[in-house]
Design a binder for this molecule. Structure first.
Ligand SMILES: O=C[C@H](O)COP(=O)(O)O
Length: 263
């Protein structure tokens, strides 16, 4: 059974002291011995990773993810951070392919495929983001765009490696805009992604991969989106910066939806 996950992507927000305050508040509100059946992932900026992992490492249901990594393991890449450096901090995962990385930093599928390899090589789970821009959606090309992103960026992995992947569908037109995909639009895309995974890796892999929705998820719309059968949780941006909102979104994952496997 696939994991149900709510991940908070803090993006380039909070200074380290504020980040520690946020994680402490989240832990208080979740209960510091959180044992809920929704896995929680916190993804702060690089500068806060050590502080955040220090606060959550004893809570088995909470993991920490970095927001990016370089595709090489080391070398003359001033200012960059490798997957091995992140992994050595006992971080579990890394977000790759976020639309902001694709849009503002020119990351294409070929580069992302190398970053995915670096993550897997260093025991980090890639949280691989895909999603179409508004023009693609209007031109009815959204499925084509997303399946191509998956094929080019992820589907070079072996079946064994693919077991460590989380997919996040984030329609670019819904990120930070207050506009969400409708629950049906999210379900349709998640179903299409799962079918595409099945065509490459088989039904078991498709049933076991967690597919998160991201794009203006808030406490007032999370339950409806999460209730869709192929939506296994969320990748939350803005609302993850407010402990009350984030915890309320974690609680919006319906317990009846199924079990959990280790991430
Ligand atoms: O990684 C998170 C997504 O970009 C969603 O951000 P948002 O919840 O602020 O729309």
């Amino acid at each position: 059974m696939r994991a149900r996950i709510v991940a908070g992507n803090w993006k380039m927000n909070t200074v380290p002291s504020e980040g520690v305050g946020l994680v402490v508040e989240i832990l208080e509100k979740l209960d510091s011995k959180y044992t809920g059946d929704t896995r929680v992932i916190l993804s702060p900026p690089f500068t806060h990773l050590i502080d955040v992992i220090d606060h959550v490492w004893e809570v088995p249901q909470i993991s920490v993810a970095a927001q990016n990594c370089h595709h090489e393991d080391n070398g003359a890449y001033t200012g960059e951070i490798s997957a091995g450096m992140i992994s050595d901090l006992n971080i579990d995962a890394v977000i790759l392919g976020h639309s902001e990385r694709r849009q503002y930093f020119g990351e294409d599928d070929a580069l992302l495929a190398k970053k995915v390899n670096a993550a897997i090589r260093n025991s980090l789970m890639p949280i691989f983001c895909v999603g179409e821009v508004l023009e693609d959606r209007k031109a009815n090309k959204h499925n084509e765009v997303v399946t191509s992103q998956l094929t080019q960026g992820l589907f070079h992995l072996s079946s064994e490696e693919f077991k460590n992947v989380i997919i996040a569908y984030e329609p670019v037109w819904a990120i930070g805009t207050g506009e969400t995909a409708s629950p049906q639009q999210a379900q349709d895309m998640h179903k299409s992604i799962r079918a595409h995974v099945a065509s490459k890796y088989g039904e078991d892999a498709a049933n076991n991969v967690s597919i998160l929705y991201g794009g203006s998820v808030k406490p007032n719309n999370a339950s409806e989106i999460f209730s869709q059968p192929d939506v296994d949780g969320g990748l939350i941006g803005g609302a993850s910066l407010n402990a009350d909102d984030f915890v309320s979104i974690v609680h919006a994952m319906a317990p009846a939806k199924g079990g959990l496997h280790a991430v």
